[in-house]
Design a protein around this ligand. Structure first.
Ligand code: FAD
Length: 523
């Protein structure tokens, strides 16, 4: 088996299949393990799912011995965890770093993948794409970029050495999750910070804090139950979803619940009422609440108004989970430029020019996000049956069966990609669910004496229709989000992840198993 990617997904796949006696090689383009956690070294980078949930669940001893220091771990801590996992399970010996898969071709006679990399070729029966959802950065090409005399950085490709921002005038372009995490920390360091905002975000406070020994012991005493709760929840977090509608409760009760969720739930705020992503008026109650919070936090009413998201539902973009983002705009040394009012014209020698004039800068940080979900799958050339490429097959948007298999691409599997809960969920939980499910699928193939496992065209078409139908019944497609492919010009506008929830999706997978892996062909 060749696994592409050595983030959490690739490492978990390696461990699981090596344990089952397969010969596994992991190919990783970066110089180190950890995927997004290897490259996103920007100040303030941390997980938005609680550390105890954003961690691997397959080994109870690992769960017990690792001690998270904060409710939401920082990037260095998560990377240390990845390194620990790699050492503890002796994973490094099968990982080939600095090796990029450029092309893979399916050999229909031999039933094998021929995998080409920039450092030699491989042949394998199975090809697993553990290439991540947010591993390809969007590098804006703004007019005049080459003229800028200062430094340009991207949050998703942050330098490994310390970047000293002391005394620097810094501009940040982008206010998604990365920008929201970065801004409060940069404001502490820079002499002046200017934030260039295109779309305001419904950011939820992390209420981050160190984890005490008592809290740690409490979680560890009931870890299996916590994991099971997460697997049975809509988004893979340990929260119990509220079965009430936001519209059927009294306004005071609703406000009280929102207040309570605001200070405890983080990303789980989305689950405050079951219909927040189903009913526009229910969603409005949460959106209004968040806008009121922004008005409370930000002293200057004009700035507050500019920071308030409008025109798209709360949750339709993955909400950032921040630590003091809105409050940062109360500082005298932080400015907000609303690019809807004063669009960016060009980068100049000395900074950024908008229609309102030039902002002089020493450093520009692009927090402009990623070619999400399909970027890394479509960058290399993957050639399946009859010379069909994945790019051709997906030219109108990604097509998968269950998010796992692709018709016409036998023995190829995708981890936590389009057509599965993926970025709508705690991705680590979704990764582990996929790896375990594929293990069962390949066991079944072995029992059948099959050389090939392939999703049927019909099963794929039905699943794509189901994914679209479920998405259309929600408010999710109503934002220009990375779920929709909206962030990359020319990308098909299709809602890519499965909105059926972690629990619902798990039921679907269980049913497919009960039906002898219905929808897959074993030959
Ligand atoms: P990745 O970590 O993206 O790893 C994929 C690897 O594949 C990369 O190392 C890449 O170099 C490699 N690769 C890709 N293409 C090739 C190729 N052709 N050849 C060789 N190697 C290749 N999710 C959450 O659920 N909760 C969070 O709190 C959270 N926080 C995040 C914070 C940041 C800053 C980012 C960017 C993402 C975050 N995510 C979060 C989403 C994140 O994508 C997943 O949680 C998870 O880390 C994905 O792991 P992965 O192994 O699937 O992919």
């Amino acid at each position: 088996m060749v696994v592409v990617g050595a983030g959490f997904a690739g490492l978990r796949t390696l461990h699981t299949f090596r344990e089952r006696g397969l010969d596994v090689a992991v190919i990783e383009a970066n110089a180190g393990l950890g995927g997004v956690w290897y490259v996103n070294r920007y100040p303030g980078a941390r997980c938005d799912v609680e550390s105890y949930d954003y961690s691997l669940s397959f080994d109870p001893d690992l769960e017990q011995e690792w001690r998270w220091s904060e409710r939401y771990a920082t990037q260095p801590e998560i990377l240390r965890y990845v390194e620990h996992v790699a050492d503890r399970f002796d994973l490094r010996r099968d990982v080939h770093l600095d090796t990029r898969m450029t092309r893979s071709t399916y050999d229909e006679q031999a039933h094998r993948w021929h995998v080409e990399t920039d450092d030699g070729d491989w042949s394998a029966r199975y090809l697993v794409m553990a290439t991540g959802q947010l591993s390809v950065t969007k590098q804006p090409q703004l007019q005049g970029q080459e003229d800028f005399r200062g430094r340009i950085l991207h949050t998703g490709a942050w330098p490994h050495e310390h970047v000293d921002m002391t005394g620097r005038r810094v501009g940040v372009i982008g206010t998604g999750s990365s920008g929201t995490q970065l801004v409060p920390v940069l404001a502490e360091q820079a002499s002046h910070l200017t934030v260039f905002q295109r779309t305001p975000n419904y950011s939820i406070p992390a209420n981050n804090a160190p984890i005490t020994d008592e809290q740690d012991a409490e979680v560890k005493a009931t870890y299996p139950e916590r994991r099971e709760r997460a697997r049975r929840s809509p988004s893979g977090l340990g929260f119990k979803p509220n079965k009430q509608s936001a519209r059927e409760v009294a306004e005071d009760d609703r406000r009280a619940l929102y207040e309570q969720q605001w200070t405890t739930a983080g990303f789980g705020f989305l689950l405050a009422y079951y219909d927040l992503m189903l009913d526009e008026r229910a969603n409005d109650t949460a959106a209004d609440f968040i806008r009121a919070k922004i008005a409370e936090k930000v002293d200057d009413p004009t700035t507050a108004e500019r920071l308030m998201p409008r025109g798209y539902p709360f949750g339709a973009k993955r909400p950032p989970v921040d630590s003091g983002y809105f409050e940062t705009f109360n500082r005298d040394d932080v400015d907000l430029v609303d690019m809807r009012e004063t669009p960016l014209e060009r980068i100049t020698e000395h900074g950024i020019r908008t229609t309102a004039g030039e902002v002089e800068l020493d450093t520009i940080v692009f927090a402009t996000g990623f070619d999400a979900m399909t970027g890394a799958l479509l960058k290399p050339e993957i050639v399946g049956r009859d010379g069909l490429t994945l790019r051709e097959h997906w030219n109108a948007g990604p097509r998968t069966y269950l998010g796992v298999g692709v018709a016409g691409f036998p023995n190829l599997f995708v981890i936590a990609g389009p057509g599965s809960p993926s970025l709508l969920s705690n991705v680590l939980l979704s990764i582990e669910a996929h790896v375990d499910w594929i293990a069962g699928l390949l066991d079944h193939a072995a029992e059948q004496g099959a050389d090939e496992v392939e999703a049927s065209g019909q099963a794929e078409a039905d699943w794509v229709a189901h994914v679209n139908e479920r998405a259309e019944a929600t408010l999710y497609p109503r934002a220009a989000s990375y779920y929709m492919g909206a962030e990359v010009p020319g990308k098909p506008q299709v809602f890519m992840p499965y909105v059926g929830g972690v629990r619902g999706y798990r039921r679907v997978l269980e049913k497919v198993v009960a039906d002898d892996y219905d929808g897959f062909r074993f030959t």
